[in-house]
Design a protein. Structure first.
Length: 204
């Protein structure tokens, strides 16, 4: 089904870059990675196309992918005692991290779904902008605000992008994988276990 949706989008939005992201878990819910620059066009097509009619966005979630180091084995030729030999060498390369917004779409009319769309930022530092899909699916509004608050993705074109759980002066994004929790627990009324230990450390 996802292959057909991909082909339909490519026909309707020429030049759009799409990639099917496979899911090896038992759910097997594969998803479609969409380039941010064409995301609004893709979203409107999926919503308005009579063949798909994906008119309901049930949920939007954020994902944080950290930077990682990838080790790869490559074959190299070496020269020893005048004899050329082939050997394996491990080379490491850095893969920069990124943030994702993941949309689960359904068709109320055709009773099918979910169709899962992924939008990916360029990195997780200074290029964290994605287009808001709230103008296409109104139900995405509060969920994009939550992702903005907890992950730091800035949704361009969102009608009211502001924090929804944390206070305005709060710094950082608590759902980031490298988020460091503060140890300031002196006002915790029922401090116990790990919280109590951190409160004692802070007061010391």
């Amino acid at each position: 089904m996802l292959e057909k949706i991909k082909a339909d989008i490519e026909a309707a939005v020429p030049g759009c870059l799409l990639e099917i992201v496979l899911n090896s878990s038992p759910s097997g819910q594969h998803s479609l990675l969409v380039e941010p620059a064409r995301a609004i066009e893709v979203a409107r097509f999926l919503r308005d196309s009579p063949d798909h009619c994906l008119n309901y966005c049930s949920n939007v979630s954020g994902v944080d992918w950290l930077d990682k180091e990838i080790s790869e084995k490559v074959k190299v030729k070496t020269l020893a005692d005048g004899v050329e030999r082939e050997a394996e060498e491990v080379r490491k390369r850095h893969s920069p991290g990124y943030l994702e917004a993941v949309y689960h779409l359904y068709s109320m009319e055709k009773k099918h779904g979910p169709v899962i769309l992924r939008l990916r930022t360029e990195n997780r530092t200074d290029k964290v902008h994605l287009p808001s899909l709230t103008p296409v699916w109104r139900s995405a509004e509060f969920q994009e605000r939550e992702i903005f608050d907890l992950y730091g993705i800035i949704f361009e074109g969102h009608p009211d992008l502001r924090r929804i759980l944390m206070w305005d002066e709060f710094e950082d994004h608590p759902m980031r994988k490298d988020y460091i929790e503060p140890d300031d627990y002196e006002y915790e009324p029922t401090a116990h276990d790990d919280v109590l230990a951190k409160a004692k450390q802070h007061s010391a």
